[in-house]
Design a protein around this ligand. Structure first.
Ligand code: DNO
Length: 394
């Protein structure tokens, strides 16, 4: 497996040398500065590639091997094949990436909001801070800040009462922070940053889109893009929903084994692949991650490895140390590395240590939430150790 690292580009406070010192060899990057729906040019991809792959004398080379993500614009999720201009632009970006020799592309199909948390600096007992999804805080936002029509129906009475108390305990600044955290998106988000009015308008545009419709739209999108990817020699990897359940009354359709199976059955071409994200999938107690890794191994072309831990309210979770959440990380790595050993050199699975606690010197620095250097370096070191052991014992 290839040890990779997400880098947000030249403005990332984590440098390419930091990544070398963490021991990663492969870079995960995207043209984050471009809005969803804008076609990437080959020239822009080549410029970024030159920044990543021009190695100063004496330094370890790095390879840009994964694009995460080419954002899927909102209209594709609402209209499916009907969003033909957006799909054409997505394919143009894919072609630009392939022309520069990058063979793995990650994307997701979450409506309106990409990955979602309520707390970005939640103190853990070591003195570090973690990302967290607190279900009551999320309900407080949905019910009393966004005031989403119909939200009352989606939350039971005890949750509504707790959410009310949570809201009453927050000052204006905290409500603003929570709003920004949820509606404006987190680093690497592929959805548009929205204020509350724009958020409500977007929600209204999803009226009538249930899980079956959204799944159909994803299948239509894949029917258009996956054969092109196949021809270009690129694997598409669908990132799971994070968290893997409906939010804001909107369907999510990449949360379970059955969800993925439906997509692979509908569009069997090999280019239709999966990003195996243990942290996202592991939030659901009914996802058996080792069984999923074994079953879907031939479809896995990229992995995000991190561990979430469900709390006393099992709808809430925080990000634990990489080996200490609910996921059986050793079991998952055993399954993925077994697959990896069967593959030729160009098919090796890149994985990145996903997220990490903010700790040590990073507590005093400006960092991208979840993407500080030291917490990920620690995560990668732990994962590398497991991998070495699993490979040695195989
Ligand atoms: C969060 C990430 C997401 C992910 C996209 C994939 O840390 O896993 O931003 O990159 O949802 O398209």
């Amino acid at each position: 497996m290839k040890q990779a690292w997400r880098w947000f580009g030249p403005k990332d406070p984590v440098s390419l040398d930091d990544i070398r010192q963490a021991g990663a060899t492969d870079i995960v990057n995207a043209l984050h500065e471009l809005p969803p729906g804008e076609a990437w040019t080959r020239r822009a991809v080549a410029e970024r590639k030159a920044i990543i792959e021009t190695t100063p004398p004496g330094r370890t080379p790095l390879a840009w091997s994964v694009v995460e993500s080419i954002p899927v614009p909102d209209d594709v999720k609402r209209l499916g094949r009907g969003a033909n201009a957006s799909i054409a632009a997505w394919i143009a970006s894919l072609e630009a990436v392939a022309a520069e020799g990058i063979r793995t592309v990650c994307y997701n199909f979450m409506p309106i909001v990409d990955w979602t948390r309520t707390d970005l600096d939640w103190p853990v007992p070591s003195g570090a801070t973690a990302l967290r999804f607190d279900n009551d805080r999320f309900a407080a936002f949905d019910l009393y800040v966004l005031r989403r029509p119909g939200a009352e129906r989606d939350w039971d009475e005890p949750t509504r009462q707790r959410a009310r108390r949570v809201l009453d305990s927050m000052g204006t600044a905290e409500v603003e922070t929570l709003t920004r955290t949820i509606a404006a998106g987190l680093p690497g988000a592929t959805t548009d940053a929205l204020d509350l009015d724009a958020f409500r308008a977007r929600l209204a545009a999803y009226a009538g889109i249930d899980a079956a419709r959204l799944r159909q739209h994803l299948i239509e999108f894949l029917e258009e893009v996956a054969p092109v990817a196949q021809g270009l020699g690129v694997h598409l990897t669908l990132h799971p929903d994070d968290p893997p359940r409906p939010l804001f009354g909107l369907p999510r359709i990449a949360s379970t084994a059955a969800d993925y199976q439906a997509l692979f059955d509908a569009v069997p071409v090999e280019a239709n692949g999966m990003c195996f994200c243990t942290g996202s999938l592991g939030v659901r107690a009914d996802n058996d991650l080792v069984a999923m890794a074994e079953h879907f191994a031939p479809r896995v072309w990229f992995a995000h490895l991190r561990a979430t831990k469900r709390e006393s309210d099992p709808m809430s979770f925080h990000e634990a140390d990489h080996l200490d959440g609910d996921v059986d990380m050793v079991g998952v790595l055993r399954a993925l590395s077994r697959e990896d050993r069967k593959r030729p050199a160009q098919g090796k699975i890149p994985f990145r240590p996903d997220h990490g606690h903010r700790m040590l010197d990073d507590l005093a620095k400006t960092t991208n939430p979840g993407y500080s250097a030291i917490g990920r370096l620690k995560g990668l070191a732990e994962l590398r150790g497991v991998l070495r052991a699993v490979e040695t014992l195989a």
